[in-house]
Design a binder for this molecule. Sequence first.
Ligand SMILES: [Fe+2]
Length: 346
Amino acid sequence: MIFETVISGGCRSYVVGCEGSCAAALIDPELSQIDRYLALAARDGLRIRYIVDTHTHADHFSAAQQLKRQLQVPVVMHRASPAPYVDLRLQSGEMLIVGNLRLQALHTPGHTRDSMCLKVEDRVFTGDTLLIGGTGRTDLPTGDAAALFESLFDRVLKLDPALKVFPAHEYKGRSHSTIGEELAQNPRLQQRERGAFIEMMHNLNLTMPTHITEALRTNMTGGKTVSQMLAEAAASVPFMSLGELQMCLESGREDLIVLDVRERDAYEEGHIAGAQLLPRGQLELRVNQELTDPTRRILVYCEFGRVSTLATATLRQMGFQQAVALDGGMKAWREAGLAVTAGKAP
Ligand SMILES: [Fe+2]
């Protein structure tokens, strides 16, 4: 077996490959690590055949949907997953064949209704059902402490004690443990009476994950995150630095339209001299009146550099092939001590 662990903050993803056939499965991929997974698979001579999410993640962004598009391979989850982009929905006991490897799914609801563990050879990928020295929480949507108790004590912990445990989260840098070690040492598993276990889980008082709303929205629907929207826009436009813009303005040689896409009050409070006002919210509807020459070079800026990136991508889509976004925004411009003009738009 070829095996790689990818660590991204507290998240763990795994590449599991068959040496004989070079086929691999990617387990719990995270959006920010896509290039790393592909680079590791290439370095190891592996071709990713399946993308598996052990459950609907509430605390980070799954890369499943994007990798599916990029690699044209199926996304695998448990049958209870609500995500519409899942291609292969496993039931408990069913297996994926990856070259000579057999990955067997074990339905283990509790952390979420769609949680599953995957057993392959000498190891088990426990998702957020069983962590090293902990368990997944049960207070997020579809969590159920009673179901977790049964999943753990009736299923996972009845597996071979020698099986290595590879969880979806690990915060202390340990690579793995074993079922036997968890049974003996995991503090949460010392509570083996059902009622007491449930009460313990209900009284953990954990704080909510930082991006829970966005993670659930995107992981459950296959929709895009805000940073994906921004990254896609940024990849489709060129940028100009503050210094370059200042030089263009000072030289007066460049026939440049400077477009301020903030709201009117922000513009009136202070803008770059000569800038034209066209708020982002009105861009598409007013573009024909405001920007009549699609061959002109247009420098777009906003307050922080994000809205202007989206606006520049929109302008390019509409045919303004010389639209360019400011790298930074009015905030950076002011902080650099560059000239600001106040007053109404002409
Ligand atoms: Fe989770």
